[in-house]
Design a binder for this molecule. Structure first.
Ligand SMILES: C[S@@+](CC[C@H](N)C(=O)[O-])C[C@H]1O[C@@H](n2cnc3c(N)ncnc32)[C@H](O)[C@@H]1O
Length: 334
């Protein structure tokens, strides 16, 4: 465990983009080690509702709730259920939502959580730690070769997905695969020798399994729709992503909901084609970390931040092909 790994990526930039103000209500959908939340609470005399689906993250921060009193509420629930969870505690409108997606360094560092091939442990990979739910071990044991190849291809964007899937099937026919180390060794065999200038050959497959097991992309879409529902006018949405699949979803969602799309019909006048935009982009381009932040924190390398403001227009209807339009990969369930 290194101290460096615990610096929240783009924390200052994300909180600046959120513009916390006195008496505002802000949601930190990915509480983690609380780095973002603390910055928000320090920036204004506001209230923060922190969500995390990981019971360990919530348990570790119980002392904070005493320190901050009514200004901080922690909720152990997926952020995809944010709007419902907030309604249950009487909150129907918020001034800002921030998401810092992915796993925390705490989760990666603890081998027994099964997220990392660097730290040996059982193949779990569930952020909520639930062993009864769909774990990485179950996916590796039960998915067909085609399903495994699709998962690794779509969520890991690994060109060697088919070969890795074939090797996993062959290995599991010999012996059940139960640990991160066993799986990483099989992937190394399938993908060829490690190269010092490249990422570890298992990186993409581990990312893919984690995204699939936790339905991370489905959660992201639910959170964006939830934000549209509960952000008040001028409320801010700030999303920090770490890979192209996530960023594509956020980018396309905001593009569609801000009306920044090509006129869908040549026969309609410009701008008369759809409902009023529910979001206004702060910038068309994603914000990136500074060179200095990247030098200080390797995890910042792939970070991108997108920021938008809620307008006063009602949330537009959700088209039937919404997920497809956002670029959600189509994989079958187990
Ligand atoms: C990158 S960390 C956030 C770090 C945090 N910004 C900080 O400053 O410490 C991501 C956290 O989000 C949580 N998380 C990821 N997906 C989630 C979801 N769908 N619902 C709730 N929490 C989620 C993870 O459990 C993890 O603790």
């Amino acid at each position: 465990m290194t101290n460096q790994a615990h610096i929240p990526v783009m924390g200052d930039a994300a909180v600046a983009a959120l513009c916390p103000r006195d008496n505002g209500i802000y949601v930190d959908g990915t509480f983690g080690a609380g780095g973002y939340t603390r910055k928000i609470l320090d920036a204004a005399n506001c209230r923060v509702i922190g969500f995390d689906r990981d019971p360990t993250a919530i348990a570790k921060a119980q002392g904070w709730v005493k320190d901050y009193g009514e200004r901080l509420t922690l909720i152990e629930r997926p952020f995809g259920e944010m709007a419902e969870a907030l309604a249950e505690i009487g909150i129907t409108a918020i001034d800002g939502l921030v998401l810092d997606l992915g796993v925390s360094s705490m989760q990666l560092d603890e081998g027994e959580r099964g997220f990392s091939f660097m730290n040996p442990g059982p193949l779990n990979m569930r952020m909520d730690g639930d062993e009864q739910g769909l774990t990485a071990k179950r996916v590796v044991a039960e998915a067909s070769e085609a399903q495994l190849a699709d998962i690794i291809h779509f969520y890991g964007e690994d060109r060697k997905a088919r070969s890795i899937a074939r090797h996993i099937i062959r290995a599991r026919n010999e012996k059940e695969i139960t640990t991160t180390q066993e799986l990483a060794d099989i992937i190394v065999k399938a993908a060829g020798p490690m190269r010092p200038d490249r990422i570890h050959p298992a990186t993409r497959s581990f990312q893919a399994l984690r995204i699939f097991v936790n339905d991370e992309l489905g959660q992201l879409v639910e959170a964006l729709l939830g934000a549209e529902k509960i952000l008040r006018q001028h409320g801010r949405l700030v999303v920090v992503t770490f890979h192209s699949l996530e960023d594509r979803i956020v980018k396309r969602f905001l593009k569609q909901r801000s009306g920044d799309i090509a006129n869908p019909s040549r026969h309609l006048p410009q701008g008369a084609a759809g409902p009023a935009p529910s979001f206004q982009l702060v910038s068309k381009k994603a914000f990136l970390p500074s060179d200095r932040e990247i030098a200080e924190n390797a995890r910042a390398r792939s970070a991108k931040m997108r920021v938008a403001l809620r307008t006063n227009a009602p949330a537009p209807p959700i088209p039937a092909d919404f997920n497809q339009r956002l670029g959600m990969p189509q994989t079958s369930n187990l």
